[in-house]
Ligand binder design. Structure first.
Ligand SMILES: Cc1cc2nc3c(=O)[nH]c(=O)nc-3n(C[C@H](O)[C@H](O)[C@H](O)COP(=O)(O)OP(=O)(O)OC[C@H]3O[C@@H](n4cnc5c(N)ncnc54)[C@H](O)[C@@H]3O)c2cc1C
Length: 588
């Protein structure tokens, strides 16, 4: 949909105001903000032939699927900070279609649990399923809210200038650390001994890629609260997001270039001065932002012997990559309406013990799949029928360790050999069998299937271990202070999911953090404003010392709604208003 310009055809200047490596939502967000709020001409270099990173759309004749976006929370309310941020970076050009009221359906051991939009409905649904657990359920929801409330300063610290972070960083991080250092299981077990309730509360673990015994409660709380009010899907598919963002970058004098692989970041001492491409060409800029992930940026794009990176590399090597996955892309020969398919996501698990399910499968690939996630993208997209009349699509996914595929790591795409093909066929058949069990109307209407593997993710997305969420969201990740926008290399910033948190919204805020850190402007408040608040335009351009603007607020929000409201009600407006004599009501 939005491939930018192809590198081979592009006539590109040698020098740019900023260069962004990778065009995921984190890279595009940083580029849009640098263009719009710092007047920078930004060159975005993407090695894939399509822009958008995990938000690009994957096509086969007659069909298309999203590769890394199945649902987004906090978009239904146009006044939510997340929606405003999305509208800001996409110029309001993406139409968000609400998912069905029941956005996630959990199926475990013959029981069904519906997660319905609205926190009170979510709470009531759980109470009905677990009548004796009302107190635990209330305490759980309070814990999720408290954790998210504590996240604001933690993320703000990632964008403030290094001296401010050195001075106040520990204090800013402390409240969140209380939660983040605990695993999801530790927190849930402190609330209830009911194994089934724990299994249901943790049933969205695929959204952050680690079962409850391994994941930080911070990741869990961010994701579950993200969906409390329901979920949405971009009309036109995930590719609509990059399609809306690329023109904004171009409007500011920048360019988004596809099939353009960066092989190194050019340095002058410990200062970034540009990038080198796979064909040896060099582009120059004193500002380089990387959306290619922490592992690529620090281990592959920078020279091995760089004392400035010693301690960062040491810390990063202790962290694990996030989970890998296989995804079966299914094309159906009839429409969703004809097949009775709805947009609700299905999560199917062999037992309530997610850690046990994952461990069993890691030991024995023939053990039951640790969970199957079924998504119905065409049913979520109101425009799909216009583009592909009389057809529909499904994605069937399971998480698995990269190790299941690493023996084919050195083979070439499309030439990985018969054994690889057989292994793929087995996994595809298992995923298809689950789809047929859960949605029998697809039987006899399956026109196309194709399985992607962790090696597909490695080949196309450049994640060495097929990881889909960057660095794994363990407690250690949150304790690793080095993961943020600032880097030990002057002029180099990290953006995307590793700079902040996983997920499309997490990566988008990674772009906000990176652009804020790179410009010294408080862009959080800028992207949280309504787009049509003309009276606030001057403020949007206002450069505040980050330490002042961040220090006065607790609400830099990532995805927890409560944080958004704290942000809007708290220091953000107050500090801006005081400096500009703004009529506060015109900002609402
Ligand atoms: C199967 C799946 C389902 C998901 N579902 C959801 C969901 O429903 N909701 C949600 O919020 N999130 C979901 N996610 C997660 C979400 O897609 C990611 O967290 C997010 O998109 C990451 O964005 P990013 O900007 O950090 O990086 P990416 O999207 O990973 O983009 C990084 C880009 O950098 C490029 N790159 C890497 N190296 C180089 C180089 N050397 N030179 C040039 N370019 C380079 C890559 O090609 C890539 O395009 C899902 C992910 C997957 C895989």
């Amino acid at each position: 949909m939005a491939s930018g310009i192809a590198y081979k055809q592009a006539k590109l200047a040698e020098t740019w105001d900023a260069i962004v490596i990778g065009s995921g939502i984190g890279g595009l967000t940083a580029a849009v903000l640098l263009g719009a709020h710092a007047g920078k001409r930004v060159l975005v270099l993407e090695r894939h032939f399509e822009a958008g990173g995990f938000t690009h759309t994957f096509h086969r004749p007659g069909y298309e699927w999203d590769v890394g976006l199945h649902y987004i929370g906090q978009m239904q309310d146009e006044r939510s900070a997340v929606r405003r941020a999305f509208d800001h970076v996409t110029a309001g050009r993406v139409k968000w279609q609400p998912m069905p009221d029941v956005y996630d359906r959990i199926l475990i051991e013959g029981r069904t649990f519906n997660f319905a939009a609205g926190l009170e409905r979510f709470r009531e649904g759980l109470r009905k399923s677990f009548p004796g657990e009302s107190r635990a359920i209330d305490r759980y929801i309070s814990a999720v809210k408290a954790c998210n409330r504590a996240s604001g300063l933690y993320y703000a610290e990632k964008a403030v200038p290094a001296p401010a972070a050195t001075l106040a960083g520990g204090l800013m991080r402390m409240p969140y650390m209380r939660w983040a250092r605990q695993t999801t299981r530790e927190v849930l077990e402190s609330l209830t001994v009911n194994r089934e309730l724990i299994g249901v509360l943790a049933a969205q673990w695929g959204d952050y890629g680690l079962p409850p015994g391994k994941s930080s409660f911070a990741a869990h709380a961010t994701i579950v609260a993200h969906y409390f009010d329901g979920a949405s899907y971009p009309a036109g598919g995930a590719g609509a997001i990059a399609a809306a963002m690329v023109p904004q970058i171009e409007f500011a004098g920048g360019a988004v270039v596809s099939s353009a692989e960066v092989t190194g970041i050019l340095l002058d001492g410990a200062t970034a001065v540009g990038v080198r491409m796979s064909d040896g060409r060099e582009f120059r800029s004193g500002l380089v932002l990387s959306d290619a992930g922490a592992a690529n940026t620090f281990e592959r794009l920078l020279p091995p012997n760089l004392p400035a990176l010693d301690s960062l590399r040491l810390r990063l090597r202790r962290l694990q990559p996030s989970t890998a996955h296989v995804s079966l892309y299914v094309g159906l020969s009839k429409s969703d309406a004809a097949l009775g398919l709805q947009g609700t996501n299905l999560w199917v698990y062999p037992s309530f013990d997610h850690d046990g399910n994952v461990e069993r499968f890691a030991r024995d690939i023939d053990a039951p799949l640790p969970g199957v996630y079924l998504s119905f993208p065409s049913a979520k997209d109101p425009d799909f029928e216009l583009r592909h009349p009389g057809k529909s699509t499904v994605e069937a996914i399971t998480m698995l360790p990269y190790a299941a595929f690493d023996r084919w790591e050195d083979t070439r795409w499309k030439r990985r050999g018969g054994e690889y093909g057989e292994f793929k066929d087995q996994l595809a058949a298992r995923l298809l069998a689950e789809l047929k069990r859960q949605a029998p109307s697809v039987i006899d209407n399956i026109a196309y299937t194709e399985l992607s593997t962790p090696l597909t993710t490695r080949h196309f997305m450049n994640y060495a271990h097929g990881e889909i969420y960057g660095v794994a969201s363990t407690p250690d990740r949150f304790l690793t202070r080095e993961l943020g926008a600032r880097t030990p290399i002057r002029g180099l910033y990290l953006t995307g999911q590793d700079a902040s948190s996983l997920g499309v919204v997490g990566a988008l805020y990674g772009g906000v953090i990176a652009a804020s850190a790179a410009t010294g402007k408080s862009l959080f408040s800028v992207v949280s404003k309504p787009r049509d608040a003309k009276a606030c335009t001057a403020h949007a351009e206002l450069a505040l010392p980050l330490s002042e603007s961040f220090g006065s607020r607790t609400g830099m929000h990532l995805t927890g709604k409560s944080m958004v409201h704290e942000s809007l009600d708290g220091g953000t407006h107050v500090s801006l208003d005081r400096q500009t004599n703004c009529d506060r009501t015109s900002c609402e």
